[in-house]
Ligand binder design. Sequence first.
Ligand SMILES: Nc1ncnc2c1ncn2[C@@H]1O[C@H](COP(=O)(O)OP(=O)(O)OP(=O)(O)O)[C@@H](O)[C@H]1O
Ligand SMILES: Cc1ncc(C[n+]2csc(CCO)c2C)c(N)n1
Length: 253
Amino acid sequence: MELMSHSSTFLLPTIPPSPTYALVVLNQSLPRFAPLLWKHAQLRLCADGGANRVYDDMPLLLPHENAFDVRKRYKPDVIKGDMDSIRKEVLEFYANMGTKIIDESDDQDTTDLHKCVAYICDWAPDLDKSNLCILVAGALGGRFDHEIGNINVLCRFSTVRIILISDDCLIHLLPRTHCHEIHIQPTIEGPHCGLIPIGMPSGSTTTTGLQWDLAETEMKFGGLISTSNIVKGEKITVQSDSDLLWTINIKKQ
Ligand SMILES: Nc1ncnc2c1ncn2[C@@H]1O[C@H](COP(=O)(O)OP(=O)(O)OP(=O)(O)O)[C@@H](O)[C@H]1O
Ligand SMILES: Cc1ncc(C[n+]2csc(CCO)c2C)c(N)n1
């Protein structure tokens, strides 16, 4: 089985040039490291009201700079969604600056995050898709239906690397098609982590590097799932017969 390697280097001040990152900003308070994620991204999208957050919150995260200069510098490449949350003044500001606006108000069956991920995968020009990773800022810690909708996007695009990020933690999928090596960045993440079967129960999951390792263990909702686990070192391995969610806490500054 092919190996898939994971590392949260996008939270470090400087990172190696690959993979290619695309950033999607959702309609929730910006995580404190949003400017860093923005810097590392080759493509920046706002999901509908996510544009209000960039407009309102980016100057607050950079209080020593002039708000207008910050807004000009942090210009999204694309704003996409059903456009029921973005404020008119924000839409006009970015449209005048050349941001591409994609109004999909006809589609009331998929979320704004889904619409943005579909754009990145199918349409985004000039983006190396072979080594693509989509970072999603503001995906957690809000309305529960939205949070679950955001996790559902991980499952609907299970062949794409997508990482949901909040101030407190990150979540991504470990597809059952691969065995996984997770490289921990101990200065920025851990020690608390979780492994959660998604879509179907896991008949057999095996891990190394955790305080409570699994050895061909069964996991299912209503039975055992791994929460409040602890990473012991800097490398975790995971193999499972079902897709799992991996989550790890992000350290406070
Ligand atoms: N409270 C929240 N918690 C988690 N994610 C959120 C929350 N609010 C919005 N989002 C994310 O931001 C995206 C854009 O949200 P926005 O408020 O602009 O539109 P919406 O009409 O509420 O969402 P949608 O059209 O996707 O149902 C949503 O698709 C969702 O992914
Ligand atoms: C069973 C079912 N439940 C809810 C919605 C509504 N809905 C789902 S995603 C979305 C956001 C569009 O931007 C809306 C309004 C639906 N269509 N089907």
